[in-house]
Write a protein that binds this ligand. Structure first.
Ligand SMILES: [Zn+2]
Length: 150
């Protein structure tokens, strides 16, 4: 997919493409310029099928299992390999386990969702969440949204 690179001042192929949602709920894709590495965006306009297709494909991919070496090893021995297992895990784990992964300094769930799953929005929401029940609900809501219609 191509987008305009502000640094090269021309259209460039975009790599590391991921989908985002703008504050005004508009779908968009973000990536980096394949030539200079500068961050670039392409914002979906009405009828922009390219953005819509990438957005949908990327979003659906967040529900998939992560590679075996990227699974989340929970402190209570649970192994989670996708968002649904994270959702169930958060619901079932004891507070102590949650506190092991979520401290003032770090939030392992948020980090995993960002670095491995690739869902930056959910990661940010989790980052701002200090309560287990709320985190579980955020993940469950996100799954429902991802599974939702077109
Ligand atoms: Zn560039």
């Amino acid at each position: 997919m191509q987008a305009y690179c502000l640094k090269c001042r021309t259209k460039r192929e975009m790599k590391n493409v991921r989908s985002i949602t703008m504050k005004n709920e508009r779908p968009a894709v973000q990536g980096v310029c394949s030539v200079c590495g500068t961050k670039m965006y392409r914002i979906g306009k009405k009828g922009d099928r390219a953005v819509g297709a990438v957005t949908k494909a990327v979003s659906k991919s967040w529900l998939a299992n992560v590679p075996e070496d990227k699974v989340f090893w929970c402190h209570d021995g649970r192994v989670m390999k996708n968002l649904e297992e994270l959702s169930a895990g958060l619901q079932e784990m004891v507070e102590e386990t949650f506190r092991y992964h979520v401290t003032e300094q770090r939030n392992d769930f948020s980090k995993w969702v960002r670095d491995v799953i690739g869902d930056y929005e959910l990661s940010t929401e989790l980052q701002n969440t200090g309560a287990k029940e709320q985190a579980a609900k955020l993940v469950a809501d996100r799954i429902a949204w991802l599974k939702g219609g077109d």
